[in-house]
Write a protein that binds this ligand. Structure first.
Ligand SMILES: NC(=O)C[C@H]([NH3+])C(=O)NS(=O)(=O)OC[C@H]1O[C@@H](n2cnc3c(N)ncnc32)[C@H](O)[C@@H]1O
Ligand SMILES: [Mg+2]
Length: 430
């Protein structure tokens, strides 16, 4: 590792200190016999200046480098309020690791082109900020999960059945059998609660969704929890405490990165428990009251959720959905057999669903009936049904779409920008 300092570590109070930095040419301009290079590394930027009278050799080298060339620079720190970070390096040495004559990404690059060259788009400090926020959100999640006694487990990705409907399964050949890419780790987490009680996993989940919306990927990172002895209201409390901690901790550690994307932090600051809770019935009333053409029993799509979020200035829950629009594993509401004990968490500002959760059907016969009602074959779920035969317990869980949460926190216009290499129906490369 080169013995260097980071751009963000160079401060005006280091005036006169000699430093070495390594990074990429972010901006470059020439004024008279001076070359100004704004150097970029993972921490940020710092201005370097190459003067002919200071080092003719370094000046000549600096004149030749192109944008995004990789370089190593040495020089003396000088405080200068005109420089982007209030300080600059009076450079007298430069090693050009690799010169770039023409970097393909220019200011007017379209979204589609940026996705075509996503492997080069990752040079961008804005993209780096998104990835830092995403990493910090997961760091915060891990912190909270550890202190609240949840065990991380590592479920399989190659599976034999659907969790969220067969229509969005990716099928693959598994030797002489058929396998699918996991849509959700849920069923395996439900098995894990009999030994660990409170479990979580972060896995890629796969959905062969043809919907080309701003909130759907075909591969996304899925943070899922499952808790034994918990009912719907218990798990909703877990959800709001976890999400609140993730948002507040990320605000604390990544404020400047978030400021790159949003100026108004109101909804983030409002993300503290308890979150507002409305029933599905109330949600339908609100939407109808706003002139939305929706009847009781219909699912709410992205448009309806966007309108609903206008009523709230923080994440909120919608609970008590009709049974026929929800998954087979959800427990019927004992007070209303038309409904299930399910709750979604919706993010404000138009983002909608970020979490899907429910209490699970823990009765063997009822679960078999739900599987049959959904036109599925109980034989395909034999192992899963066993969980209701050998010490079954009330339990609940949920899945949080990490990219969707990041997209809301940073107000991104599409969930694809929240993932390193987005996978959508039209994107499998790079
Ligand atoms: N352990 C569980 O209870 C999870 C449950 N089996 C499940 O998968 N629910 S979900 O389909 O609503 O997906 C959960 C969340 O996963 C996210 N999700 C779900 N589908 C997607 C797609 N296609 N793209 C991006 N994000 C997606 C979204 O935030 C959903 O709220
Ligand atoms: Mg859902």
């Amino acid at each position: 590792m080169i013995d260097k300092v980071y751009c963000a570590d160079v401060r005006p109070d280091m005036e006169g200190k000699r430093v070495k930095l390594a990074g990429w040419v972010y901006r470059k301009r020439e004024v008279g016999k001076k070359v100004f290079i704004v150097l970029r590394d993972s921490s940020g930027i710092v201005q370097t200046i190459f003067k002919k009278e200071l080092s003719e050799k370094a000046y000549a080298e600096a004149k030749k480098v192109g944008i995004e060339s990789s370089i190593i620079v040495e020089g003396t720190v000088k405080a200068d309020p005109r420089a982007p970070t209030g300080v600059e390096i009076q450079a007298d040495k430069i090693e050009v690791v690799q010169n770039v004559d023409f970097f393909p990404i220019t200011k007017d690059a379209s979204d589609e082109f940026l996705l075509d060259v996503r492997h080069l788009h990752l040079h961008s400090p804005k993209v780096a900020s998104i990835m830092k926020v995403k990493a910090t959100m997961m760091q915060a999640a891990r912190e909270w999960l550890l202190q609240d006694g949840w065990y991380e487990v590592f479920p399989p990705i190659l599976v034999t059945g659907a969790v969220e409907g067969g229509a969005t399964l990716f099928k693959l050949k598994y030797f002489d059998r058929t396998a699918y890419l996991s849509q959700s780790a849920q069923l395996y987490l439900e098995a894990a609660i009999f030994g660990l009680e409170k479990v979580w996993s972060l896995t890629p989940s796969f959905r062969a969704e043809k919907s080309r919306t701003r909130r759907h990927l075909t591969e996304f990172w899925h943070l899922e929890l499952e808790g034994a002895w918990m009912d719907l209201w218990d798990i909703m409390k877990v959800e709001e405490e976890l999400v609140s901690y993730m948002v507040q901790r990320t605000l604390e550690l990544r404020k400047s990165d978030i400021e790159t994307f949003r100026k108004d932090f109101t909804t983030l600051k409002n993300t503290v428990p308890p979150f507002p809770r409305i029933s599905y019935d109330e949600a339908i009333d609100i939407l109808q009251g706003k002139g939305v053409n929706i009847e009781w029993g219909e699912d709410m799509g992205a448009d309806e959720e966007r309108i609903l979020t206008q009523e709230f200035e923080s994440p909120f829950f919608v609970y008590g959905y009709p049974k026929h629009i929800k998954a087979f594993y959800m427990k019927e509401d004992p007070d209303d057999p038309r409904k299930v004990l399910a709750a979604d968490m919706l993010a404000p500002e138009g983002y909608g669903e970020v979490i899907g959760g429910s209490q699970r059907e823990d009765d063997y016969d009822k679960l078999v009936q739900r599987i049959l009602d959904e036109g599925m074959d109980p034989k395909d779920y034999e192992w899963y049904l066993d969980l209701r035969k050998y010490g079954s317990v009330p339990h609940s869980g949920f899945g949080l779409g990490l990219e969707r949460l990041v997209a809301w926190v940073l107000k991104l216009d599409h969930v694809r920008w929240a993932t390193l290499f987005p996978r959508t129906p039209s994107r499998l490369y790079p």
